[in-house]
Design a protein around this ligand. Structure first.
Ligand SMILES: [Zn+2]
Length: 353
C-alpha cells in the first residue's frame, strides 16, 4: 500500500464525512421513500453532484459515492438489474468529479466507494453469505476502477456481515472505514456485542471503526465512549439527527408526539414523519464536540443530514469552512438584533411577536 491518506489526516485531526444522501435526495423529490433506490445518479446526475458540492461547501472532507442500496439485490427487487453497473459507475464518477474540484481554501477531498447492509445476510446460511460477498466484490471492483481514494462499509447490523464487507474491502488495498449500526436491542443481530464487534473489526485491519445511522446523539454517545476505550485505531461517529432515547434507541420505532393531529398513513414516524423529532443544530454541534473531546476524529451525520448540520459539526470542533461565511448572525435580525439601526419600537415588540 502507498501512503494511507485517510489515516494520515486522521492522525493530525478531525476528518468530516457527510452521509445521509438517502433521506436528503428523497426530501428533494428524487427518490421514493421506503423503496429507497439511488437511481438519482442516472436520472438526475446534476442533482446528486450539487448535493455533494453543498456538503463539501459545508465542510465534508470526503465525497462518498451514493451507492447505498445500489446493490444487485435491491436492483432485482425493482426489476432493474441491468442498471446496476451503470448506476454504480455514474455515482462514483460524480463523486470523483466533485472530490477533484474542491473549493478554494478547503483541503483536497477524498472520494470514497461505499458498500452497506445487504438485508439478505442470514446467519449460518452459506448461500446467502456467498451472494452478499459477490455483491460486495463487484461494487468494490467498480469503486477501485473509478478511482476511489478510500472505502466505506456502513450500516451493518450483523457483525459477520460487517466482517465480510471488511474482508472484501481490504483486498483493494485502500484505507477502510467500517461503521456498524446496532438495532434497538443494543446488540448485533447475530448476538455479538457492539464493542466486541468494533474490536474485532480493528483486529481484522479496519482503519476506522465506529457507528453510523439508526441512532441519534443520545443513544449513540454511550457506545462511542466504550468503543473509544476498547480500540486503538480511529473511531467514527455519524448519528442521525433525531432525538432517540433509552426507550426508543433507534429511529425505527419512535412514536409520534402526543400533539400530532395527522399521523403517517403507514402507521409509523419512520421514515416520512420523523420531523417533530429532529435535533436542532446546536444538539448536533454539541455531539460532535463531545465526541471529538473523547478522541473521536472521524465525524459526520447520517440519515437526516443536511449541509447546515455538517457546517455545525465542522464549526463545533473549530474548523472554518466555506459555508462559515453564512453562519447565523442574529445581530442584524429585524426584531431580535442588537444592531444600532434596529428601531427601538420594533425590538421592544419581540416578546409579543
Ligand atoms: Zn443513515
Amino acid at each position: 500500500m502507498t501512503i494511507n491518506k485517510l489515516k494520515e489526516r486522521l492522525d493530525k485531526g478531525p476528518v468530516i464525512c457527510a452521509e445521509g444522501f438517502l433521506f436528503e435526495i428523497e426530501r428533494r423529490g428524487y427518490m421514493a421513500s421506503g423503496e429507497f433506490v439511488p437511481m438519482v445518479s442516472l436520472d438526475y446526475p446534476e442533482v446528486l453532484e450539487n448535493l455533494h458540492r453543498e456538503f463539501q461547501h459545508a465542510g465534508s472532507d470526503i465525497v462518498e459515492a451514493f451507492t447505498y442500496n445500489g446493490h444487485r439485490e435491491k436492483m432485482r427487487i425493482i426489476g432493474e438489474e441491468e442498471l446496476l453497473e451503470p448506476l454504480n459507475r455514474s455515482a462514483l464518477k460524480i463523486a470523483k468529479k466533485v472530490a477533484l474540484d474542491t473549493p478554494k481554501g478547503s483541503k483536497p477531498n477524498l472520494m470514497a466507494g461505499n458498500i452497506s447492509n445487504s438485508n439478505i445476510w442470514k446467519e449460518n446460511d452459506k448461500q446467502s453469505q456467498k451472494e452478499v460477498e459477490s455483491m460486495f466484490t463487484e461494487m468494490i471492483d467498480w469503486a477501485v476502477d473509478e478511482g476511489a481514494d478510500m472505502l466505506i462499509g456502513e450500516t451493518f447490523y450483523y457483525a459477520e456481515e460487517a466482517f465480510k464487507a471488511l474482508e472484501v474491502m481490504k483486498k483493494a488495498n485502500l484505507p477502510t472505514v467500517l461503521t456498524i449500526s446496532p438495532m434497538g436491542e443494543n446488540i448485533m443481530r447475530d448476538g455479538k456485542s457492539v464493542v466486541d464487534t468494533c474490536k474485532e473489526l480493528e483486529q481484522r485491519g479496519a482503519d476506522v471503526v465506529g457507528l453510523n445511522c439508526f441512532r441519534g446523539p443520545a443513544t449513540m454517545f454511550p457506545f462511542l465512549k466504550k468503543i473509544r476505550e476498547a480500540v486503538k485505531c480511529h473511531v467514527g461517529a455519524l448519528p442521525i439527527p433525531y432525538r432517540t432515547s433509552d426507550e426508543y434507541p433507534t429511529f425505527f420505532n419512535l412514536p409520534d408526539r402526543n400533539d400530532c393531529s395527522c399521523p403517517s398513513p403507514h402507521g409509523r414516524t419512520f421514515p416520512t414523519a420523523l420531523d417533530p423529532h429532529f435535533c436542532n443544530r446546536y444538539e448536533i454541534g454539541k455531539f460532535a464536540k463531545d465526541a471529538n473531546n473523547i478522541g473521536v476524529n472521524y465525524l459526520g451525520v447520517c440519515c437526516g443530514a443536511n449541509p447546515m448540520l455538517i457546517r455545525e459539526v465542522a464549526e463545533s470542533i473549530g474548523i472554518k469552512v466555506p459555508a462559515s461565511k453564512y453562519r447565523e448572525n442574529m445581530e442584524n435580525h429585524f426584531m431580535y438584533g442588537k444592531n444600532k439601526r434596529i428601531p427601538k419600537h420594533i425590538s421592544e415588540y419581540g416578546d409579543k411577536a
